[in-house]
Write a protein that binds this ligand. Structure first.
Ligand code: SF4
Length: 734
């Protein structure tokens, strides 16, 4: 398009959790162009390759445009009315035969805020089951439990503007250059302008390591030990900010038992116990840099180098992380440990001093964490708390007894319940678990068992629509109205810009239609033309108050988003700091008001080996992850020809020395097998990649090479988030 006559409209990008503002050019009812929004404080006019090509994903040849029902093993087209009638009658039948907890819904951080909100209201408030989960459990649950245990309230205290003030950036297992490319470009920009330092602390060499000032490689799982060694050095060298720690921190220790939930119906308790600073200091004696060098492979010199940056009173440090510390069988602990470093030095909640946990999906924060689409959560608070249940029930217009006080199944357990037959009906929206679940074969087989009924709402056919009894075509992104919430607590609105493909309907309205058919007209009284506004206004009521207030819709419509808490017409950029956060009320400079005594917690968290490590039979570590060209499972970006051509399939990244010994060249077929399954895929041997001979990396986006048939379903006992970064595999030339 020439661009001159286009009608440009603003929206957040469809893909990742950075939440770039983009402008979409509309011509004759079609989205024909995209550019970065220069007014967006997130990306200031820039996009990455996915953002620049995003509108092409709306027009793939095989868009789902009609509902499909499986009859005698074949999919036949039907009307939307018939499909929605069938879903509602199957839900009624399942509840009558097996009880409320036999129906479930599984969504994602790609749900818009209204999608997740109506799903939660329908399942928790109206049907009366806590069987709602989202795939964000697989990517940021440890970040949530990290925040909750350290601060008592979720989500980062800082914002992206911290990048403009920090002098040192420590990236903890975070390949930002490829996973959060636009944000990473802001780091590089600051290096050009101010000479800031970037330290990449990771298990493999990536584009981030190449761009960093220093790359430090650690053995998988030993980040726990290195973080403790940094704390040891901070205390030993007198770099503790004593005034801050005495006034604003407590010390605790918690769960120390082993076990990673690999069996069904596991039970764990995290019982905290207060300890003193001296106890904490004594505990760290096991983590001198010299001792940790032996565990981690990181030299004592490099550990001291990292500690010195945190300890230097003249530097401002931003720590950034995402899947590395989160997809970890001790993910909660890893999050706690990074906070420990910032709390000990008092480098927190001020511009440039910022422990910053990034998210992967466009609304992992906005929908999953803030709306609360997890089994234990409510839009404000948790189901275990009676006051929180009362608050939700009043807004939802349901009796409080409707909302069960006990969580049911987190994601891995939800699929195990489907396998056992405790769950009989599952509705999957806007996610692709038949690519992303760990130990995938078990859960794929579960969906195919007799007596299970699966509904899948999506925009393209995927391995997950393959297992559906009913497929609903969903309206995608700007084909409907909605909001996403990004990693820096920024809620962003987008209007409906084009008509949906065929009979595609928004996930929100699909749920509203089924809710009405289930008899909940009173709770789902929304009008089709105004339902997004009505739902958002209702949702805002859950978060009223200075600690979590959400911006009004007219503000979201007129601005490139707003950051909660939104108080007195202003976004809050730095929480817990009285200078910026109106919720601080203790008269001090800092107030960690998520905890009853206003103090953050420094946790004693030890190093533990991974549940499955390489051995003689399976001698390699396997790490999985993403590539810059594809969003998540590639179901949308693989329909964008230029991105598909740039990265057409998955590969296994091998260390050059190891590849030589095994006589494997780039492009050779390689078999990767574990105790759970095997796949064959082409080798990639180059200097980018795994440093050690016993490590391999495979991206997970390719539905034709499902690496999750090989991965392990062990998870962090506190967050229940699985570890996709470590398991033991065998590598052979195929
Ligand atoms: Fe979209 Fe993320 Fe790329 Fe920004 S960095 S353009 S939000 S995919």
């Amino acid at each position: 398009p020439k661009g001159g006559n286009l009608d440009w409209k603003k929206t957040p990008c469809r893909f990742c959790g950075v939440g770039c503002g983009v402008l979409v050019g509309i011509e004759n009812g079609k989205a024909v162009a995209v550019k970065g929004d220069p007014n967006s404080p997130v990306n200031k006019g820039l996009c990455c390759v996915k953002g620049y090509h995003s509108v092409i994903a709306l027009y793939g040849k095989d868009r789902l445009t009609k509902p499909l029902i499986k009859k005698n093993g074949r999919y036949v087209e039907t009307s939307m009315k018939e499909a929605l009638d069938l879903i509602a009658s199957k839900m009624k039948e399942t509840i009558a035969d097996y009880g409320k907890d036999a129906v479930s819904i599984y969504g994602s951080g790609q749900w818009t805020i209204p999608d997740g909100y109506v799903a939660s209201k329908l399942f928790k408030g109206c049907i009366g089951t806590n069987n709602i989960e989202a795939n964000a459990r697989l990517c940021m649950a440890s970040a949530v439990t990290g925040f909750m245990t350290s601060f008592g309230i979720d989500e980062p205290m800082g914002c992206y503007e911290d990048i403009d003030y920090a002098n040192v950036f420590v990236l903890w297992g975070n390949n930002m250059a490829e996973m959060h490319p636009v944000l990473f470009s802001r780091l590089l920009d600051q290096r050009l302008k101010r000479g800031v330092k970037i330290i990449d602390f990771a298990t493999r060499t990536t584009r981030t390591s190449m761009a960093a000032d220093k790359s430090i490689i650690f053995k998988p799982q030993t980040d726990l030990a290195v973080a403790n060694a940094i704390c040891y050095e901070i205390i030993k060298n007198g770099w503790v900010n004593k005034a801050f720690v005495e006034k604003h921190c407590n010390f605790s220790k918690g769960l120390t038992e082993m076990g990673y939930g690999m069996e069904d119906n596991y039970q764990f308790n995290d019982k905290p116990e207060n300890i003193s600073f001296e106890d904490f200091k004594g505990f760290l004696n096991d983590y001198t840099p010299e001792k940790v060098e032996k565990i981690s492979g990181v030299s004592a010199k490099d550990i001291k180098y990292m500690a010195a940056h945190y300890g230097n009173p003249n530097t401002k440090v931003m720590s950034l992380w995402c899947m590395g510390p989160n997809q970890h069988t001790r993910g909660t602990w890893m999050n706690n440990l990074i906070y420990n470093i910032h709390l000990l030095t008092g480098k927190i909640s001020t511009p440039g001093n910022s422990p910053f946990s990034l998210t992967g999906q466009p609304s992992a924060c906005g929908t999953v964490r803030e709306v609360g689409t997890l089994t234990h959560k409510l839009p404000h608070g948790v189901v275990m708390n009676e006051e929180h249940r009362k608050h939700a029930a009043e807004i939802w217009n349901v009796p409080v007894e409707n909302i069960p006080s006990k969580p049911t199944y987190h994601t891995v357990e939800m699929f195990r319940a489907l396998d056992r037959g405790d769950i009989r009906f599952m509705w999957i929206q806007v996610t692709n678990p038949m690519v992303t679940m760990p130990k995938l074969k078990r859960y794929r087989d579960a969906t195919k068992k007799e007596g299970r009924f699966i509904v899948v709402s999506d925009v393209y056919p995927t391995p997950t629509t393959d297992i559906a009894d009913v497929i609903l075509p969903s309206a995608m992104w700007i084909e409907r109205e909605g909001m996403y919430g990004n990693s820096e607590r920024r809620t962003q609105y987008f209007e409906k810009m084009i008509e949906p493909s065929g009979e595609a309907m928004s996930d929100t309205w699909q749920l509203v239609e089924v809710a009405k058919r289930l008899g909940f007209e009173k709770q789902f009284h929304y009008k089709e033309e105004t339902h997004i506004e009505e739902i958002y206004n209702e949702y805002r009521r859950h978060h009223e108050g200075k600690k979590h207030a959400m911006a009004p819709l007219d503000v979201l419509k007129s601005q490139p988003g707003a950051q909660w808490p939104y108080v007195d017409g202003k976004s809050t950029q730095w929480r817990f700091n009285a200078e910026y956060d109106p919720a601080c009320s203790n008269g001090e400079k800092f107030h960690f008001y998520g905890k009853p005594d206003g103090k953050a917690v420094i946790w004693q968290r030890p190093y533990e080996p991974a549940p499955e490590e390489p051995d003689t039979e399976y001698p390699f570590w396997l790490c999985t992850g993403r590539v810059v060209e594809h969003w998540h499972t590639g179901s949308m970006t693989r329909r964008i020809p230029v991105l598909h051509k740039a990265m057409p399939h998955a590969y296994v990244e091998l260390n050059p020395g190891q590849a030589k010994e095994m006589q494997i060249k780039t492009g050779d077929r390689v078999k990767i097998s574990s105790r759970r399954g095997e796949i064959i895929l082409p080798a990639s041997v180059n200097e980018r990649g795994v440093p050690e001979r016993n490590q391999v990396f495979v991206p997970f986006f390719d539905e034709n090479m499902l690496i999750n048939d090989v991965t392990l379903d062990a998870f962090c006992p506190i967050s229940k988030q699985p570890d996709y970064k470590k398991c033991a595999v065998k590598v052979e030339k195929a």
